[in-house]
Write a protein that binds this ligand. Structure first.
Ligand code: ZN
Length: 180
């Protein structure tokens, strides 16, 4: 069983800017009007597995995308550093349970119980089967959920990401459905 201790939610706000360009023509002159989306602000939330907001940043100003990428890098560095923690279990904590709190199977001679604990806090989570406890891992993967990344924002962000960082990233098209 894998779970994410933290998750990042991010959103970029853009303003639509009109761009005019004139193209020469032999018989008449004309102007071509197009629009560009100019990022002006972003918001980032770091949420823990108890749905607490651990960190929040709102930025409005110049260089929105490069500032966002830098923020994401700094947050992930801090999170990964935190995830290196391994607080030992409190040996005095006693729990009475006759089945695994992860899979729900009753303990028996062939399904012995061990104590499953949170490595970040030392807190006892419950009794678990040996196999379930071994499989219970916190991933070293920090999900970043971005609003409308599949739309116009994504290419702006991808341009700012260094090739080194890009190698360590996975972009997952979770849902193509556009939210209002
Ligand atoms: Zn189990």
């Amino acid at each position: 069983m894998f779970f994410h201790k933290f998750c990042i939610y991010a959103d970029i706000e853009s303003l639509t800017e009109k761009v005019f360009s004139a193209e020469p023509s032999n018989d008449k002159s004309f102007s071509l009007q197009t629009e560009i989306h100019k990022p002006v602000a972003y918001s980032v939330l770091l949420i823990d597995d108890n749905k607490n907001i651990v960190y929040h940043k709102f930025y409005c100003g110049l260089d929105v995308i490069s500032n966002l990428v830098l923020s994401l890098q700094n947050i992930s560095k801090a999170v990964l550093k935190f995830m290196e923690r391994n607080v030992p279990i409190n040996e005095n904590e006693i729990i009475s349970q006759n089945k695994c709190h992860l899979c729900g199977k009753f303990f028996s001679k062939g399904n012995v119980s061990v104590r499953n604990h949170d490595h970040f806090t030392g807190k006892l989570l419950g009794k678990a089967s040996q196999g379930c406890n071994l499989n219970y891992k916190v991933t070293q993967f920090l999900p970043v959920i971005m609003h409308n990344l599949s739309g116009y924002d994504s290419h702006l962000i991808l341009k700012e990401i260094s090739s080194d960082l890009a190698k360590r990233m996975k972009i997952i098209p979770v849902n193509s459905q556009k939210l209002p």
